[in-house]
Design a protein. Sequence first.
Length: 200
Amino acid sequence: MVSVGLVMLQGARHAHIAALEKAADNLGVGLEIIELRTPEEITSSNLDAIVFPGGESTTMRLTGGVEGNGLLPALFSWLRANPDLPVLATCAGAILMADPQDGDPPLVNGVINRNGYGRQADSFQAELQTPELGGSFPGVFIRAPRFKSVEGAAVAVAYNQDEVVAIREGCWIAATFHPELTDDIRFHTWLLTQAGGDSK
Ligand code: GLN
């Protein structure tokens, strides 16, 4: 059984659940989704992995920041204390991992620009190259952020060969696109495998 904490601030959560269920089925492991809405749910749950969905980072900062329910600062300090807990952060989730604004260092070493490809109308799909998983990956970019620089992080996925669109730091992946909105569940499978889901 793998317990995956899902950050419930906003965004494409149901698509992540569907992808995780499919990945768990394929691996033949049990899956428990733990919805994370309060700091206590992070610290008191026995989490094996975390999915940090996209959405609107400004809204997420308001609702999950210290003035809101405090979920974000609690998550960031929990992750810093538990670097072996695998994380898949997508889009706005990647923005918040790279720029947590909680007074402590970023969780992933990338300088990231919000809406770096333009406005909603500039959302696009593209075939990506993924050294992490091998081969290509279908990229869905929705008002996506863009990495300006990625010092020290491993390139997990590239666009046009040399533009970095996902980085990996240890067992944390931050992707500027939405793997959960495709039929390709390799990132969710990766997460469950990192969490020990191939041996449980
Ligand atoms: N543009 C959004 C932001 O700045 C991110 C978009 C997304 O998560 N799909 O937070």
